[in-house]
Design a protein around this ligand. Structure first.
Ligand code: ADP
Ligand code: MG
Length: 359
């Protein structure tokens, strides 16, 4: 799979960009604040409909404009044409010139894995980031997963709204509980299945990048131990105190251990960074295994921060991507450009929202 064309209008600092890409390495070079990351953000947006910077649509509109447009052509088994328009008043999403009615039909048209400095939050930050990581991976591999999440979120919202009231209507609460448990059990089941498949991939990736002896273990840490319906009922007394739903997939977490110690607490800064990268490598490997072709890799600044030895651990992933006619987008400054990794490939100079082919 590769992105053959990208078209931006009033997206971040790009007034207008029309560019074609070949498979293989695409390296964006330029000083800081020129628009390198913005391009990766646009590609990620087409794949997931959100920004990896964790911001909403409004921030991506070029200052002083009403809306942005991001479009592209993805070449995989066939050709897919993606168009996104976003403004405060209007949002349009089309796939192959047809408006998208169900997101499950859309996601999967473009598969990406991003490596960025924010990944460190997967290890250091709150559980939300880890849930997002696992949810993205499941929605990239299970067509119905997003619908489940939406159903769960809807039931959770309604249930929490009821719990805020002084005298919640018990019958209404029960009906939302049933819906919550139905969608929730399915989410829990899929998360349970994923973790043991992801863990060995993450362990191998960690070993490759770190050259260390520590063993990484990833496990799913659900808040529901056995029976969601029973445990939810048991938590009613505490729910009365806290006035919100206390157990369920929205409170789940992933647990990372290095030699059996919680990595978030005991890991060194370097180990945490390596772990974050290993998780993303595992995501890429997992997607490649499921779909039979590698996802597009978006690598923002990360390479420049690693020493040559750690970078070398990346090589198998990058090589495989190239061999399979995949695509790697990488940003760096002239000083941080890992020349030993990227011998061939297209270089682009990025300056003030203008992209130019370089040598
Ligand atoms: N909504 C926006 N409208 C116009 N310019 C923006 C917007 N958001 C960010 N920028 C500009 O984009 C540039 C940063 O782009 P970025 O891709 O993060 O740079 P880098 O090349 O360092 O990766 C800055 O000059 C910033 O002012
Ligand atoms: Mg940047």
């Amino acid at each position: 799979m590769h992105l053959a064309q990208l078209k931006l209008r009033d997206f971040r600092n790009y007034a207008r960009l029309d560019v074609s890409f070949t498979p293989g390495f695409q390296v964006f070079l330029g000083d800081n604040a020129q628009g390198k990351t913005n391009i990766l953000e646009a590609i990620y947006l087409m794949a997931t409909l959100r920004s990896f910077r964790g911001v909403g649509g409004a921030q991506m509109i070029r200052h002083g404009q009403k809306g942005y447009f991001v479009g592209g052509t993805v070449v995989g088994q066939g050709e897919r044409d993606i168009k996104i328009y976003w403004s405060a008043a209007e949002r349009k999403l089309s796939l192959d010139q047809q408006p998208v009615r169900r997101l499950t039909d859309y996601l999967g048209a473009l598969r990406v894995v991003v490596f960025c400095t924010e990944d460190l939050q997967l290890v250091k930050g709150p559980g939300r980031g880890r849930r997002r990581f696992i949810d993205l991976l499941l929605s990239q591999t299970h067509p119905g997963y997003l619908t489940l999440l939406q159903r769960y979120a809807g039931a959770l919202r309604s249930r929490n709204a009821l719990l805020k009231q002084r005298m919640p209507d018990e019958a209404a609460l029960d009906s939302f509980s049933i819906e919550l448990v139905k969608a929730g059990e399915e989410i829990i089941r899929l998360r349970h299945e994923l973790a043991p498949k992801l863990s060995p991939l993450a362990r191998l990736a960690y070993r490759r990048v770190s050259h260390d002896a520590e063993e990484l273990r990833l496990t799913y840490a659900p808040t529901v131990k056995a029976d969601f319906a029973v445990e939810l009922a048991q938590s009613r007394a505490r729910e009365r105190t806290f006035r919100s739903t206390l157990i369920g997939p929205h409170r789940d977490d992933l647990d990372f251990r290095l030699n059996d110690r919680p990595a978030g607490q005991y890991g060194s800064e370097g180990q945490k960074r390596t772990l974050a990268i290993a998780l993303k490598m595992a995501q890429a490997e997992y997607l490649t295994g499921i779909h039979g072709s590698p996802p597009i890799l978006l690598i923002d600044d990360v390479m420049g921060e690693l020493d040559a030895k750690r970078r070398a651990g990346f090589m198998p992933l990058l090589n495989r991507s190239e061999q399979a006619h995949g695509q790697v987008f990488m940003t760096c400054t002239e000083e941080t450009w890992p020349r030993e990794l990227v011998r061939d490939g297209q270089r682009w100079d990025v300056k003030s929202g203008i992209l130019a082919k370089a040598g």
